[in-house]
Design a binder for this molecule. Structure first.
Ligand SMILES: [Fe+2]
Length: 308
């Protein structure tokens, strides 16, 4: 078993790279490379790309997970069903090991992909609240336009067998459960929000949510933006560009993120989020019973029992 250091990217296929690039630019990503066959989009953090689109029929092809070291990559290559370590013949380079999860979802464990200079994010002044009035004599300043995607936060899969999937991601990659959703009593767990294990270091409440559904489907992929103003400015920009809104704005219960969900031109759901909970290896596993309205502290009703 290794402990995955971070999420790297998601990989899609779509028949029109121009349309995908236009949507992702409005969503707040920046092109880092493009060829005749593929598009690579980044955020403001140094990762070379967070979203790959290959030309072809629409499909979700899988997810890239970042190994913490070359030794970890080599260890994964020795595990059941894994490819040997191979060079990545794409912009950004690096090495990878390919395998599939129990649902047939493609997984690329990667290492050594080029890092790029951080992109500037909007400067912000303090927020004044009822209790804390920290900004004095300084007006807020904003520009209209897309949000500024920072990094890839999490992906969500509907899976055939929840326990089998949970065992795989825990056993192969070191994921741990932050919160579980159960039916009636605690024994029947339906879904789990899983975080990375970086020991004492605090990480996002979840990098992966697996929902037992008896079928396999990508539910959504989620990107962190700079802050609430960035999320709301991005919302207005996507609306003005007439993209398809899916759900939000609201604040989740499990993970606490403020969320806003959109559809790309090929039907995939992408989320903006900000202000999520941070856990570390000592954080206990929590949970709630599945109930209508349990997904949000505030915001419009979810379009399905699990949200987007
Ligand atoms: Fe999400």
């Amino acid at each position: 078993m290794i402990r995955i250091a971070d999420l790297a990217y998601v990989r899609f296929r779509a028949p029109d790279l121009d349309r995908m690039e236009a949507f992702l630019s409005d969503f707040g990503m920046v092109r880092s490379a493009r060829s005749e066959r593929a598009l690579y989009m980044r955020g403001s953090d140094p990762q070379h790309h967070l979203h790959v689109t290959e030309l072809g029929e629409p499909a979700f092809l899988g997810v890239g997970l970042e190994a913490g070291s070359a030794a970890d990559l080599a260890a994964i290559a020795r595990s059941e069903g894994a490819s040997p370590v191979e060079k990545i013949d794409e912009p950004g380079g690096g090495q990878r090991v390919c395998l599939r999860d129990p649902n047939g979802i493609g997984i690329e464990v990667v290492h050594g992909i080029e890092r790029l200079p951080t992109l500037p994010a909007p400067a912000r002044r303090e927020l004044n609240t009822g209790a804390r009035r920290l900004r004095r004599g300084e007006p807020q300043q904003f520009e209209r336009g897309p949000a500024h995607v920072k990094r890839l936060g999490h992906f969500v899969l509907l899976v055939k067998d929840f326990r089998e999937t949970e065992a795989f991601y825990h056993g192969r990659f070191g994921f741990r459960n932050s919160d579980e959703i159960f039916l009636g009593e605690r024994g029947t767990v339906l879904a789990a929000f899983m975080r990375l294990d970086r020991g004492e270091e605090y990480v996002d409440h979840h990098a992966f949510l697996a929902v037992g559904a008896g079928r396999v489907e990508l539910n959504h992929v989620s990107y962190e933006v700079q802050d609430l103003d960035d999320l709301m400015a991005g919302h207005e920009h996507l609306r003005r560009q007439a993209h398809a809104h899916h759900w939000g704005v609201g604040r989740h219960v499990l993970g606490s993120q403020i969320y806003d969900y959109w559809r790309d031109p090929f039907g995939n759901v992408l989320e903006h989020w900000t202000d999520g909970d941070l856990f570390n290896a000592k954080s206990p596993t929590g949970g709630v019973a599945l109930a209508p309205g349990a997904e949000s502290h505030w915001g419009p009703p979810a379009p399905s029992p699990f949200g987007a």
